[in-house]
Design a protein around this ligand. Structure first.
Ligand code: NAD
Length: 298
């Protein structure tokens, strides 16, 4: 079993670190939040008083931080040059592709092996240890990170070289955001044309319009399997996080001059919903309320 430093024990990191402890690893945790750190302590992690202290003597360092700037700050002030160069560095945060590549280059230059390993699956999957990891980095770094990631997830996929995990994550979420908007406007139109929503769901789920946003995550309450729509759009994947990922996708698209008309429409719509209409805390499928004008009045 390994000595693991875990930095960033928020909604996602808390459950992930707890699963590493359950698997028998010795986890030393650090977070700027006292509440997050106290919870990690209750879950069996040792508490460190700084990120630099947490990484001392660690065989693996896992970070689960909000965004690229936090990852850069933690890596450059407390990980590189502080951890043993034999430690495998695993960043599970969702961040921009450029920062992921830059930090891997800096880690390489300092003699470390590093992977970017963002996740698909929300807080429930983090707690249950059923996340999907998309991993960028060398084959050697991937093989060293894999056994640790397997204790926190059910699927671990090597996406390619440095930054490829982040690229896969934001491409997947751009597709998801755009397909959710398309599903919402389709369900609203079907209803306005007099179709019963469940009947249309049954048809489209078996026809060529089938997609995950419709069949597995239907945004209409009472239609299809149980989803956040049935709980007033609470829980699930917050619209604010979808917007974050769409912005990362658009930034990445601009960096390689890729034309993404549907992605940019989704970004604009989620900006309006999350920031203009106060929907940021709701599940991302709640955007149907903005698309169906009759819902806005409710
Ligand atoms: P969160 O805000 O709940 O947790 C982040 C934690 O990092 C906080 O506890 C914060 O105090 C800590 N932190 C920030 N700066 C720090 C520093 N310099 N040193 C130590 N700790 C620091 O966020 P989350 O929901 O756990 O998300 C973490 C990452 O996972 C994000 O990149 C997010 O996009 C991604 N993600 C989240 C979900 C989700 O459903 N919440 C799903 C998939 C991916």
């Amino acid at each position: 079993m390994a000595r693991i430093a875990f930095i960033g024990l928020g909604n996602m990191g808390g459950g992930m670190a707890a699963n590493l402890v359950k698997a028998g690893h010795e986890v030393t945790a650090f977070d700027l939040s006292e509440a997050a750190l106290a919870k990690a302590g209750d879950n069996g992690c040792a508490r460190a008083s700084s990120a630099a202290e947490a990484v001392e003597n660690a065989e693996a360092v896992v970070t689960m931080l909000p965004a690229g700037e936090h990852v850069r700050e933690v890596y450059e002030s407390s990980v590189l040059g502080h951890a043993l160069t034999t430690a495998i560095l695993i960043d599970c945060s969702t961040i921009d592709v450029a920062t992921a590549r830059e930090e891997t280059q800096k880690a390489d230059a300092a003699g470390y092996r590093m992977v970017d390993a963002p996740v698909s699956g929300g807080i429930a999957a983090a707690d249950a240890g059923t996340l999907t990891f998309m991993v960028g980095g060398s084959g050697e770094a991937f093989e060293r990170a894999r056994p640790i990631l397997e204790k926190m997830g059910k699927t671990v996929i090597h996406a390619g070289g440095a930054g490829s995990g982040q690229a896969a994550k934001i491409c997947n979420n751009m597709l998801l955001g755009a397909s959710m908007v398309a599903t919402c406007e389709t369900m609203v139109l079907a209803q306005k044309l007099g179709l019963d929503p469940q009947t249309f769901f049954d048809i489209a789920s078996r026809a060529s319009g089938q997609c995950w946003s419709l069949t597995s995550y239907c945004p209409v309450p009472g239609v299809g399997p149980a989803t956040p729509a049935d709980r007033d759009y609470e829980g699930g994947f917050a619209a604010a996080l979808m917007l974050k990922d769409l912005r990362l996708a658009m930034e990445a698209a601009r960096s390689v001059d890729s034309y993404t008309p549907m992605g940019s429409a989704a970004e604009e719509l989620y900006t309006r919903f999350a920031e203009g209409l106060g929907g940021s805390g709701k599940d991302f499928s709640a955007i149907i309320r903005m698309i169906d004008d009759s819902w806005i009045a409710r």
